[in-house]
Design a binder for this molecule. Structure first.
Ligand code: SF4
Ligand code: SF4
Length: 127
């Protein structure tokens, strides 16, 4: 995204839908960063935090149960809905959504306006 442009979504007011995506790819560089963050080896980080992805050799973040979306990234703080490893998070989490707008945020805002409830969380979203 072009530098200096203000983003049109507010992650602090969102229950972190993007952290519920099943395919959050973890690269080798991401593993090194996570390992450093936790003070463990890359191999340990790979085993503990990731699992096989769709493509050969691909690793994705492990999930755990989530009351809002069924499952979500194991690092999502269930109380605050914030990332618990913010400085150690993978590149894909740093880059997403990569645009000024976030599709889920647009949907969330629309539904909250409709319900006249700033904290409403719709149960289904099919982009
Ligand atoms: S779904 Fe969009 S608004 Fe919500 S946390 Fe992710 S990027 Fe932010
Ligand atoms: S590492 Fe953090 S930002 Fe990335 S999916 Fe997990 S909780 Fe979300």
């Amino acid at each position: 995204m072009a530098k200096g442009l203000k983003v049109l979504y507010d992650c602090n007011a969102c229950p972190a839908y993007c952290c519920s995506y099943p395919r959050i790819i973890v690269t080798d560089k991401d593993l090194k960063r996570l390992a450093k963050y936790f003070g463990i080896s890359k191999r340990q980080a790979r085993k503990k935090f990731t699992k096989k992805g769709e493509e050969p050799g691909e690793r994705v973040l492990r999930h755990k149960k989530d009351e809002t979306y069924g499952t979500a990234c194991r690092f999502l703080d269930r109380e605050t809905r914030q990332c618990s490893v913010y400085t150690g998070r993978p590149t894909i989490c740093r880059d997403y959504p990569g645009l000024r707008r976030c599709g889920y945020w647009e949907f969330l805002k629309f539904e909250r306006n409709l319900q006249e409830d700033d904290e409403f969380i719709p149960t289904a979203y099919n982009p």
